[in-house]
Design a protein around this ligand. Structure first.
Ligand code: ANZ
Ligand code: ZN
Length: 977
């Protein structure tokens, strides 16, 4: 038998695919159903492809190959996102032209991709730096400009003094990590400064609402949607005006919690707020204020708001504002944790219910007033309030008694029903909570010598059914903290000791001990005495709003204080210009008389001129500014002398629409033919787009947001058929260096895929990267682990030599094959059906690692027993998307003349798959109450029905209708009532 020679096999089939281009070439407007699979196109750096690239492209290659076998017309394109700094910096260093550097790099990338057996349609390659491509990037910019969505404005930008470039917020390191300091330039590590500069801006904020809302219509991984939502930062709240005695103007604040206004004990202005410059002169400490403001303006937003940083500020001494809710005079402060471009740049501070305000109030000794109290409603069958019964409200106190000797807490366990908690007691009007608590502790537990520590400022409300009293209760609890002085006890009455048992529990034990529904809150209170309650609850200390649900009070309070409902977004307009050479020139001409005039469409593209020097100018302008012959031009409008815009577009421009160009990459009349767009994206405006888009997690905020914005804009102009660009978006985890660090050139720990391909083969590399771990997780490279997939392929190779013998003979001993005799017979039908199902479903769920391990198990079994030719053929089809070269070779060895890619994807028959049962836990409100047997991978409805029918579960639900059912497949089901 011939040895598995990966070099020979892979070269052979790569040549074959090169010759038979139609295998992966895509037919536009084909009658077959279309499938558009996309992986983020790479930046062709001088370092070549790295192993991280291989992971994402292999995944989408597997999906594309499977889809082709399923009969789809599949578009799986590739191109180059080739503008960018590394190329430009290299050009500066070597004096070589960026275009030539790019050509060399893309040639290398192309060669590498081909050596990995990627099934791209190479005829559709695009390159963002090709004037034929960027003509259309410029054209789209002009459409935005004509609609007023591209405008020039002074903007405070992040300026990197070393790269001499304006950076977008996301290009500034957000949090200090191993790879950089917060506030540093992401590219070079230099400290970023603030600079005010005229910039081209894109009005993405006009689309903020839709960018947020339409996330409901797409199938993105939850964490990707969350990243989008956080970046957009939609906040619903109110604007409320506060009078300031010293000036006529009122100060407007933005708040998401108008319900807390009675707890607003001071105002805070951003240092940049216009009123600061007016008020500082009226305050007795104006010098101090001016100094503070100057210093604050130099800091980046990140520095100002970083969590854990001490919040500092300065009071405008002598200035007073009036809280419109209670007419109290409150102080006014300036502090840099309030940002100028969010909301109104001014806040009402509510230290009792906002952590930042709390920290600040503690530091400067400002008053704290508690106005919202947590609310807990009993949920169990016993404690849940009875509908239609009124609530009887009782003031109450809960005693938190700690024994300092043992660090334990005094607890009570009721004997007649399952209730574990602390000592509590009702209070009559006029009764003192501390005295009441002492009395209850003595009566229920006998302990009588307690040292009072404090009363917690936070009160809570519990709503439950009182079984003895047969009434619905609303208990209003405060918490009295004591320390046990000594263990002296009074005798406890029989009546009391029959009812409950007295226990001492450590803090760690309480979590599992408490059964009362406010238990979670008690634990928080014990953990953190400075606990700030930021949730919704019941109103208190708020005059006539007391007792109301805070959620409901919001609207009423806004009316009460004459405020206005207001939705705010964190999203800012997109700073779109760069003062660099290697980007698309912004196609605008400046005319003294006509202002900013768009370059006429017939004159597009505005090509990058050749320059001698790529260095940015010291004034911070782009190198283009030095080329007088290019800059000086005629105004398209009045024909007078005029100048070209010398700023170029950011990296994000070309990638904001490249997936559209793939549908029609050679079109010179339009960015793409509408018919082709309709075919590839679909015709339904409400759903459609690229079928499946995969890319790095690091691009799930900005690139995704920017391209969604451009797409929506084009949709509004009637230029694309769908309102979203991508139906589905997933993400792959990083491939880390051996040992778990990030791979980087500077650390010298990168793995070159070319070496791996040479030593082990592309098929092994592909398999290994899909096998190394869960697809969405970062996994370190392992030289040892790659041997596994290689051995697997060798086993497949050996198995082939056994099945290729004539059919239907049995009991034959193959000489020289380790392992001895193989009986050739039909292998277990069920094994094969199970494998087909597993591999098929796992590919769809991107569980490539488990698909591969199932194939490995199958081949191991086959080595022990036997494998029929037809079973092996099916196996090869399943393997072919993962390891296409080996699959083609063995397929042709079996006597087939056509590529295995032409075969159809195997189907499985559920009938031949034995039902597997397993036991899962059933929870009610998060607590395990029973177990049920279910069918593996059975439907959710079936599981739900079984869970609800389970007697031990029934007991806890009774007649209640489940509010929510959470099913974790094959693991557990939680019924929330
Ligand atoms: C009073 C209040 C009480 C607030 C409370 C919160 C909790 P999100 O949710 O992120 O939109 N805020 C408003 N403008 C600000 C600015 N320019 N810089 C810093 N903080 C600002 O945050 C909205 C909340 O952040 C607002 O609601 C305001 O504080 C603060 F218990 O008002 B809040
Ligand atoms: Zn003009």
């Amino acid at each position: 038998m011939q040895r598995y020679d990966h070099l020979k096999v892979e070269k052979k089939w790569q040549k074959y695919w090169e010759k038979n281009k139609q295998l992966f070439a895509v037919k536009d407007l084909d009658k077959k159903k279309k499938y558009y699979a996309l992986m983020e196109f790479p930046y062709p750096s001088g370092d070549g492809l790295h192993t991280g690239h291989v992971r994402g492209y292999t995944a989408m290659d597997i999906i594309s190959r499977k889809r082709r076998m399923e009969g789809y017309n599949v578009l799986y394109p590739i191109g180059w996102d080739a503008f960018g700094l590394p190329t430009e910096n290299y050009a500066i260093k070597t004096g070589r032209q960026p275009a030539l550097i790019t050509r060399k790099n893309t040639d290398n990338f192309r060669k590498q991709f081909k050596s990995l057996g990627m099934s791209f349609d190479w005829a559709r390659e695009v390159n963002t730096t090709d004037p034929k491509y960027y003509k259309w990037t410029q054209w789209i910019f002009l459409q935005l400009f004509k609609k007023g969505l591209a405008y020039k404005d002074k903007a405070v930008i992040n300026w990197c003094p070393s790269c001499k470039i304006g950076l977008a917020n996301e290009e500034v390191v957000a949090r200090s990590t191993g790879s950089g300091q917060a506030g540093a330039c992401e590219r070079c590590g230099a400290e970023v400064e603030k600079r005010e500069k005229e910039q081209w801006m894109l009005a993405i904020t006009k689309y903020a609402e839709r960018l947020d809302k339409d996330l409901d219509t797409v199938d993105y991984l939850p964490q990707i949607k969350l990243a989008q939502r956080n970046w957009i930062g939609k906040s619903e709240g109110a604007e409320i005006e506060f009078e300031v005695k010293e000036i006529k103007d009122k100060i407007k604040v933005f708040t998401t919690r108008p319900d807390t206004i009675f707890g607003a004990t001071y105002l805070v202005l951003a240092p940049e707020h216009v009123s600061v410059s007016i008020l500082d002169d009226r305050s007795s400490n104006s010098e101090e204020v001016k100094k503070y403001v100057l210093a604050a303006k130099k800091k980046t937003d990140m520095e100002r708001t970083a969590e854990g940083k001490v919040k500092m500020g300065v009071e405008l001494k002598g200035v007073r504002a009036i809280n419109p809710a209670n007419k109290e005079e409150i102080p006014v402060w300036v502090a840099d944790y309030v940002l100028p471009h969010y909301g109104t740049g001014a806040i009402m501070a509510v230290p009792a219910h906002d952590e930042r305000d709390y920290e600040f109030a503690k530091k400067y000794n400002l008053p704290i007033r508690y106005v919202v109290e947590p609310k807990f409603v009993g949920t169990s069958a016993e404690a849940g309030p009875k509908p239609n019964l009124p609530f009887v409200k009782r003031e109450a106190v809960c005693a938190i008694v700690r024994n300092p000797k043992s660090g334990t807490y005094l607890c009570i366990s009721w004997k007649n029903f399952l209730m574990h908690g602390l000592v509590t007691g009702g209070m009559d009007p006029g009764e003192d909570p501390v005295e009441t608590a002492r009395r209850e502790v003595r009566e229920e537990t006998g302990y009588k010598n307690l040292k009072f520590v404090k009363i917690s400022p936070t009160l809570i409300n519990t709503f439950f059914y009182h079984r003895q009293k047969k009434e619905n209760r609303h208990a209003h609890f405060r918490f009295a903290f004591f320390e046990l002085e000594n263990e002296e006890r009074d005798p406890i009455s029989d009546e009391e000791s029959n009812r409950h048992e007295v226990l001492w529990k450590k803090k760690e034990e309480l979590k599992n001990f408490f059964t009362v529904f406010e238990g979670e809150f008690l634990l928080t209170l014990l953990e953190n005495p400075d606990y700030v309650f930021t949730g919704e609850g019941i109103m208190a200390n708020s005059a006539r709003f007391d007792g109301m649900d805070s959620e409901k009070a919001k609207g009423e309070i806004i009316k009460f204080v004459g405020g206005k409902e207001k939705t705010t977004f964190k999203l800012r307009d997109w700073v779109f210009s760069r003062q660099r050479y290697w980007g698309e020139p912004i196609p605008v001409i400046h005319c003294k008389d006509c202002g900013y005039v768009p370059v006429p469409e017939k004159d597009l593209p505005v090509k990058l001129p050749a320059v001698k020097n790529y260095q940015p100018t010291d004034s911070g302008e782009s190198p283009l500014a030095n080329i007088k012959s290019w800059v000086n031009t005629k105004c398209p409008n009045c024909k007078g002398p005029a100048k070209r815009e010398t700023d170029t577009m950011p990296n994000w421009a070309g990638s904001s629409w490249y997936y559209l160009r793939y549908t029609d990459p050679k079109n010179s009349k339009k960015f793409a033919d509408p018919k082709k767009l309709k075919y590839w994206l679909g015709n339904d405006p409400a759903k459609g787009g690229v079928n499946w888009y995969n890319g790095g997690m690091e691009h799930t905020t900005l690139h995704l947001l920017y391209s969604r914005f451009w797409h929506k804009f084009l949709f509004d102009q009637g230029l694309v058929p769908t309102s979203e660009p991508y139906m589905k978006r997933t993400s792959h985890g990083l491939v880390l260096a051996e040992g778990g660090e990030k791979m980087s050139k500077s650390k010298g720990n990168t793995i070159n895929p070319d070496d791996v391909v040479r030593r082990f083969g592309a098929d092994t590399l592909r398999l290994y990267e899909m096998f190394m771990g869960p697809f969405d997780q970062a996994i370190p490279w392992s030289e040892e682990a790659i041997v596994g997939p290689r051995r697997f392929l060798e086993k497949v190779w050996r198995a082939a030599s056994r099945v290729s013998k004539p059919k239907n003979f049995s009991g034959f001993t193959l000489p020289g094959v380790p392992g001895g005799a193989y009986t050739v017979r039909n292998s277990s039908v069920s094994q094969l059906n199970k494998l087909i199902k597993k591999v098929s479903e796992d590919i769809e769920a991107m569980k490539f690692n488990t698909a591969i391990s199932a194939m490995m198990i199958f081949i191991n079994e086959a080595e022990k027993a036997a494998l029929s030719k037809s079973d092996f053929e099916t196996f090869l089809k399943l393997l072919s998307p993962f390891a296409p070269h080996v699959a083609e070779e063995l397929w042709s060895n079996l006597g087939h003349r056509k590529s295995i890619q032409k075969e159809s994807w195997p189907k499985w028959d559920e009938e031949f798959i034995p039902e597997e049962e397993l036991t899962i836990a059933v929870q009610v409100n998060g607590r395990v109450r029973g177990e049920i047997k279910i069918r593996m991978d059975g439907s959710e409805e079936a599981v739900r029905a079984a869970a609800l029918a389970e007697p031990s579960v029934q007991k806890h639900i009774g007649a209640q209708v489940p509010k929510k059912v959470i099913y974790v497949r094959n693991k557990l089901i939680n019924i929330v009532v």
